[in-house]
Design a protein around this ligand. Sequence first.
Ligand SMILES: [Mn+2]
Length: 192
Amino acid sequence: MINFSNLFKLLKKHTNFIITSHVNPDPDAIGSEIAISGILTQLKKEFKIINTSETPYNMLFLDPNNQIEYFDNDKHQSIFQTYEAAIVLDLNHLSRTARMEKSFRKFKGEIICIDHHTNPENFTKHNFIDEGKSSTGEIIFDLINSSDEIKLNKNIATAIYSAIMTDTGSFRFNKTTSEVHNKTAQLIRIRP
Ligand SMILES: [Mn+2]
């Protein structure tokens, strides 16, 4: 079980965050980034979403405000040297950040890992991993639900819906529980 109040405390503790996910991103990776950035916006935090891969064209709709940046070592070096925290999503081995791995190994800030895969590398003490969850997006949904301060909005709902839909194989895989259907029902109500 993930301790959402501990996770929330970490989000409140820092002023700026690097957000990333894995190489060759899927909608759970991109959707989780957009959803967590929506949370940080509501908390009035600064963030940069930086990925090792470019966003595939069919996922660009998840990033309507064009917030995702493509990693460039020269351009982003100062961010890695100065930011207080990083949130890595939908991965549990830093090698999955590919071209960014070295920057994360050297990163002095706190790294927060939110994921649903098995056999974590444990590159941080801040692991928020639940292998029983359908997707990282579902975990972020639970985080939002655990707090009175954060509200679902259209961008977050679209992002989390896409994450859950893709990672459940359109609601066919084993972890498609009744709770997953309840959560996606709530998300559909928010989308226009
Ligand atoms: Mn996933």
